[in-house]
Design a protein around this ligand. Structure first.
Ligand code: AMP
Ligand code: ZN
Length: 464
């Protein structure tokens, strides 16, 4: 498999340090709010990378942290007059709800900063022993000029910064790049004891500490959004390698931004939709598929229209799946015809195309295209008199490939939450013997091309 490594700015052959075992770390959310669909992009992409490694027979240890102490969390706790811990607990729970609805699997470990203070202190002590820190007004800083390779990952950003920022250098700070490792306690803020006084960790140090604890001093893949290259990941390298003297991560992967009107979706620009907002209008599987429709390193522009289009595409896949399930019921067990054997051979070719695409730096757009090709091929080839084995082989292949992308996992067709809600409302009206309302809902749906069928096992609907 080839992966684009931000460190070398090249696509490289990916080979894990121990063959068959992949160790990956992805920077997770700061839990002070629901996550927005820009944040969802790396969560979905790296979930797929992990699934794909497993699909190809690797054992994957995947760590994604929660930043559960931070200025924004403290601010929210103050505003709501509750503890920081309560804010974090709440949004960690909400994270898991949204992640599940997006079919993002749980990581092997989801460590939290506040549970790793000793590990964090330990790294800062090692940096101190290596002469890489200094104190400034009670805060502990990293002395970046002493770490020779500083800037290796985020070269360009570094040069721009240095050109523009000289004047802004705070008093006592040795370089604009120096960053805080341990912050002196401020009144009313959470704090822990440390050799440098009561305080809390800076942002970057947490990822070095948690990555090392769960994955060892050198890991295979470290990932996150493009905005984390500099300074966050640069600083993680300085901290980790400054402490251990060993390479921290061998491959650095970064996803492009999800934009709105060509601007990065972010909380600060207030141009964001949370995953919850989208769930009001679309099944979240549509959002998941939307993220796969572009290469993960390209920017992706978000719009309702694109989601609508994606929804239609996903419906096509579900229709194909449902047709195959239907055929499976009526198909008989008999010898596979030569024509069917040809189809079964082509299923293997579609799979090869899928793998080729995924092997090429996780090209999910082409991988999806391979699934569409498979569906088109199967739709055109399966006749009513087909053998059961052929339908089963086709269905299995569709489910195998979709499963790698985390798609088509739903048992029932339920892509339209609005339609489902209307049907439910109609059921309620019927129970209450409000026939006028129940008929009206049926007619409204019919006007949208949705036909209802009352069956003993409940209401079924289809588009006509
Ligand atoms: P945060 O909670 O802001 O630290 O972000 C969590 C993850 O989402 C990080 O990997 C970010 O790089 C990523 N991220 C934030 N905004 C976007 C966006 N608009 N598009 C893609 N990724 C993003
Ligand atoms: Zn991180």
């Amino acid at each position: 498999m080839k992966l684009y490594n931000t460190m070398t700015r090249k696509k490289e052959d990916f080979k894990p340090l121990s063959p068959g075992e992949v160790k990956m770390y992805s920077c997770g959310p700061t839990v002070y709010n629901y996550f927005h669909i820009g944040n969802a992009r790396p969560f979905i992409i790296f979930d797929i990378l992990r699934r794909y490694f497993e699909y190809r027979g690797n054992k994957v240890t995947f760590v994604q942290n929660f930043t559960d102490v931070d200025d924004k969390i403290i601010k929210r706790a103050k505003a709501e007059n509750i503890s920081e811990k309560e804010v974090a607990e709440r949004f960690i729970n909400e994270y898991f709800k949204d992640a599940e609805a997006l079919n993002i699997r749980k990581a092997t470990y989801h460590p939290r900063v506040t549970e790793h203070i000793p590990e964090i202190i330990d790294i800062i002590k090692r940096l101190e022993a290596n002469g890489l820190i200094y104190m400034l007004d009670g805060d502990v800083y990293y002395d970046t000029a002493k770490f020779e390779q500083y800037g290796r990952l985020g070269k360009q950003n570094l040069e721009e910064l240095e050109a523009g920022a000289r004047v802004e250098l705070a008093e006592g700070k040795r370089s604009v790049n120096d960053f805080v490792l341990w912050k002196k306690q401020k009144p009313g803020e959470p704090a822990w004891e440390s050799p440098w006084g009561m305080g809390r960790p800076g942002w970057h140090i947490e990822c070095s500490a948690m990555s090392m604890k769960y994955l060892g001093e050198t890991i295979d893949i470290h990932s996150g959004g493009l905005d984390l290259i500099f300074p966050h990941h640069e600083n993680e390298i300085a901290q980790s390698e400054g402490a251990t003297g060993k390479e921290f991560a061998r491959y650095w992967l970064h996803n492009g931004f999800l934009n709105v009107n060509n601007e990065k979706m972010s909380k600060s620009l207030n141009n964001f939709f949370t995953v919850r907002d989208i769930a009001q209008h679309f099944d979240l599987e549509v959002l998941r598929m939307f993220m796969l429709s572009a290469h993960y390193r390209s920017p992706i522009n978000f719009s309702d229209d694109l989601l609508e289009q994606t929804k239609n595409g996903l419906e096509r896949l579900y229709n194909a799946k449902n047709n195959m399930l239907y055929l499976l019921e009526s198909a008989v067990e008999k010898e596979v015809s030569p024509e069917e054997q040809e189809l079964i051979k082509r299923l293997g070719e579609h799979k090869n195309k899928f793998i080729e695409a995924m092997d090429d730096d996780l090209n999910t757009a082409d991988a999806l295209a391979a699934i569409y090709d498979l569906v088109r091929d199967v739709n055109g080839s399966l006749k009513p008199e087909v053998s059961k084995a052929t339908v089963q082989a086709s269905l299995d292949m569709l489910m195998e490939l979709s499963g790698v992308l985390g798609l088509l996992s739903k048992k029932e067709e339920s892509l339209d939450t609005e339609i489902e809600a209307l049907i439910e409302e109609r059921q309620k009206a019927r129970k209450e013997k409000n026939w006028a309302l129940s008929d009206k809902i049926r007619d409204d749906l019919k006007a949208q091309g949705i036909v209802l069928e009352d069956t003993p096992s409940g209401v079924k609907w289809k588009r006509v």
